[in-house]
Write a protein that binds this ligand. Structure first.
Ligand code: OSB
Ligand code: MG
Length: 385
């Protein structure tokens, strides 16, 4: 067994006294519509959490989508559960440290994306005050990370090839194609021909198939894919075990992985050979690091997923992706893959990589003028009762 070399999550950051929590809502137009097996988005409706503390502010991005189609969480639900339950509980605790947040919020079942946003904001406040970056605190071992890009379902094969060629020319190190029944073998074959046999190529079904499709999915073995991500419904680990036995392409879980316990169970049952880690889906970066550590111990490669984050969430994802077990390129694409203008400093692809921010906390700054310009709901202020 190997162990993570990093001294993460134990850092010297001091607790902060929480004074208020602000909820910000912005609508950011996407540079192109993003279509998956669960829907089509033309804008990112995003919830940002700002904590005000005795040591200064901290920010966290909530990864929930506008609708509960990828997960049961969605933006309005996150906003409500933070306002009515999570923020009041943290404010009542007064003095908080990020590693205590999950325990303080454990009385609320689920709602991991909402909890993650709060934990991240508290951690950001602590680390900004301490002058420590997310990368240092998490245990980053590299100054930049390899990046892939997630490509939505396109209106035609020609349109898909044009989009993929553009990303290839920009330098992305791995292409992920969204698939669904009726949009799988043909687009994958066409993209494999375009990119050649050596390019890293993978697919993501976002639960669109059933075990009745196993024979069909086996045909994907012809295309030398890196992995197939989440073909079946999130609760059905057994179905993924059956597919993994039937197919040569490695199976990788996304939606199913909600905690380190679930990750270990899925690995031990051979349901997943590779894990997509998304901090929001698992309740925060500290749980994400525990999953990373469990996978590293078991020689299971991991990569950093994405949820169309603004620069704020991207900064933390890029820091996470710099941990040693992240040996595959992540869905950590550059700002311009999503937005004409990012909410923070732009993340720019250089030689297929993004730099891990080095400044304190997330290392990026929310641009107040853009927050005001793109605000889609009044800001909510939650104070101690
Ligand atoms: O399944 O990985 C997914 C986006 C929203 C919700 C779920 C997923 C995705 C992506 C895009 O694939 C990843 C990204 O570029 O942020
Ligand atoms: Mg996915």
């Amino acid at each position: 067994m190997t162990t993570a070399a990093a001294v993460h999550t134990s850092g010297s950051a001091l607790p902060v006294v929480l004074e208020a929590v602000e909820l910000h809502r912005v609508a950011m137009p996407l540079v192109r519509p993003f279509e998956t097996s669960f829907g089509r988005q033309t804008a990112r409706d995003v919830l940002l959490v700002r904590v005000l503390t005795d040591a200064g502010e901290g920010w966290g991005e909530c990864v929930a989508m506008a609708d509960p189609f990828y997960s049961s969480e969605y933006v309005e639900g996150c906003s409500a559960v933070i306002r009515d339950y999570l923020a009041p509980a943290l404010l009542a605790a007064q003095t908080v440290r990020a590693p205590d947040v999950a325990g303080l919020l454990d009385f609320v079942v689920g709602h991991r994306m909402a909890k993650a946003a709060l934990e991240t904001a508290v951690l950001d406040a602590q680390l900004r005050a301490a002058g420590v970056s997310f990368g240092e605190y998490f245990g980053a071992v590299r100054p930049e990370v390899d990046c892939g890009v997630s490509v939505g379902i396109a209106p035609s094969i020609d349109a898909l090839l044009e989009e993929v060629a553009g990303y290839r020319d920009e330098g992305y190190r791995r292409i992920k194609l969204k698939i669904k029944p009726g949009w799988d073998l043909e687009p994958v074959a066409a993209v494999r021909t375009l990119l050649g046999p050596d390019a890293l190529l993978q697919v993501d079904a976002n639960t669109a198939y059933t075990i009745a499709d196993i024979d069909h999915l086996r045909e994907l073995d012809a295309f030398g894919l890196l992995l197939i991500e989440q073909p079946f419904v999130e609760e059905d680990i057994a179905a993924h075990v059956r597919l993994a036995r039937a197919i040569d392409t490695p199976v990788c879980l996304d939606e199913s992985i909600t905690s380190v316990g679930v990750a270990i169970d899925a690995i031990e049952r051979d349901a997943t050979a590779i894990v997509n880690i998304k901090a929001g889906r698992v309740g925060g970066y500290l749980e994400a690091i525990r999953i990373h550590d469990a996978c590293l111990d078991r020689d299971v490669p991991v990569w950093c997923g994405g949820m169309l984050e603004t620069g704020l969430g991207r900064a933390a994802n890029v820091a996470l992706a710099a941990l040693p077990g992240f040996t595959l390129p992540g869905d950590t694409s550059a700002s311009n893959r999503y937005f004409a203008d990012d909410l923070t400093e732009s993340f720019v692809l250089v030689d297929g990589r993004l730099a891990v921010p080095a400044g304190p906390g997330s290392g990026v700054t929310v641009r107040a003028e853009l927050l005001a310009e793109w605000r889609s709901r009044p800001t909510q202020l939650i104070t101690r009762v």
